[in-house]
Ligand binder design. Structure first.
Ligand SMILES: NC(=O)c1ccc[n+]([C@@H]2O[C@H](COP(=O)([O-])OP(=O)(O)OC[C@H]3O[C@@H](n4cnc5c(N)ncnc54)[C@H](OP(=O)(O)O)[C@@H]3O)[C@@H](O)[C@H]2O)c1
Length: 310
């Protein structure tokens, strides 16, 4: 299979992509649609989501704000009602946000949008994915490799105690030195910790579900010219908004091809399930050499979600 332009599939899949209203997600649904798959477009902004879906022969579209876990539950119920067979779930939505904000569900916003909401959606759709012998692809970030360790305390308290929040001190020294210590709550540290937790859940999901035919894998999409960074005024946000710098970044289409390789490729051949993929293959990340860390992150995530769902 070539990943530049997907070959038309005789066996069309139903592929749900979150964060499909722009950037990598929008490019991914275009790629899958062109190859003849049934894409399901999930976005937060109704107009941007409709614009993407309308351009794909009016593909089904759903609106969901990940800062609201009720929205995630409603989305899962809608997907189950209208698309009982889900072959691929691409947990792609996410972002970095300035300022400390607690959602209506009582979680820190960055943690909820990047980790808890996709974990909840996946948990609610797990039966459908297992029945399809499906795949879960999690859009992570190379920022996870700049963390010293996963800050599991962050996943321990609701609402989150300020002392448990990731700070600039959690960043790798190489990154830390280039960051202004902008207060206690550091957007990059929080983003990276949320993606790190998500990546551990991706790995642990594969361990728990692979014998039922489901494969789960996380990946770094590259440094991609998208709307990423629009929620932060850190140097990262400014870089993503700067036209000159952005011209050096990789296109969303290339990131979508990377996503497609994991979504449709052959496990064990095109990628290794239960890993974090960056560049040509699986890469280590903080805690990846100790299976108990992923189990701990999984359990703590389940505990947090149980306070909401059960
Ligand atoms: N671009 C990069 O270099 C890069 C690098 C590493 C990882 N990533 C990850 O790649 C993924 C896709 O990002 P992108 O680069 O394509 O950026 P993007 O263009 O900003 O797309 C992000 C998507 O996530 C959605 N989203 C943001 N907050 C949300 C919320 N509260 N509820 C529901 N959806 C929400 C956005 O919706 P709206 O359209 O409504 O904003 C958008 O559809 C993200 O998880 C990001 O963290 C990106």
């Amino acid at each position: 299979m070539t990943w530049g332009k997907l070959q038309p599939m005789s066996d069309a899949h139903t592929i749900v992509v979150t964060g499909a209203s722009s950037g990598i997600g929008a490019a991914a649904v275009r790629l899958f649609h062109e190859a003849g798959h049934q894409v399901v477009v999930v976005g937060r902004d109704p107009q941007r989501t409709a614009a993407v879906a309308d351009a794909l022969d009016c593909a089904p579209r759903y609106i969901c704000d990940f800062t609201r876990l009720d929205d995630v539950r409603r989305l899962a119920a809608q997907l189950q009602a209208h698309h009982p067979r889900i072959d691929v779930l691409a947990n792609n939505s996410g972002g970095m946000f300035d300022g400390f904000a607690v959602t209506a569900d009582g979680f820190e916003r960055t943690l909820q949008v990047n980790h808890l909401a996709p974990a909840l959606l996946t948990r609610l759709l797990a039966r459908n994915l297992v029945e399809a012998g499906g795949r879960v692809v999690w859009t992570s970030s190379m920022s996870i490799r700049m963390q010293k360790q996963v800050k599991v305390d962050w996943l321990a308290a609701v609402p989150l105690a300020p002392a448990a929040q990731p700070t600039v001190a959690d960043l790798h020294p190489l990154v830390r030195n280039s960051q202004a210590a902008s207060g206690t709550f550091h957007p990059l540290a929080r983003y990276a910790q949320a993606k790190l937790a998500m990546t551990h859940v991706a790995v642990e999901m594969n361990r728990r579900y692979s014998d039922r035919g489901l494969a789960s894998v996380a990946f770094h999409p590259g440094v991609i010219a998208s709307n990423f960074g629009s929620g932060t005024d850190t140097f990262i946000g400014r870089a993503y908004r700067g036209r000159l710098v952005k011209a050096l970044f990789t296109s969303p289409t290339t990131a979508a091809q990377r996503l497609a390789r994991l979504a449709l490729g052959t496990p064990g051949v095109d990628f290794q399930p239960g890993t974090y993929v960056q560049g040509r293959g699986a890469k280590s990340f903080p805690g990846s050499d100790d299976a108990s860390v992923a189990q701990q992150v999984w359990d703590r995530t389940e505990n947090l979600l149980a306070t909401i769902v059960d």
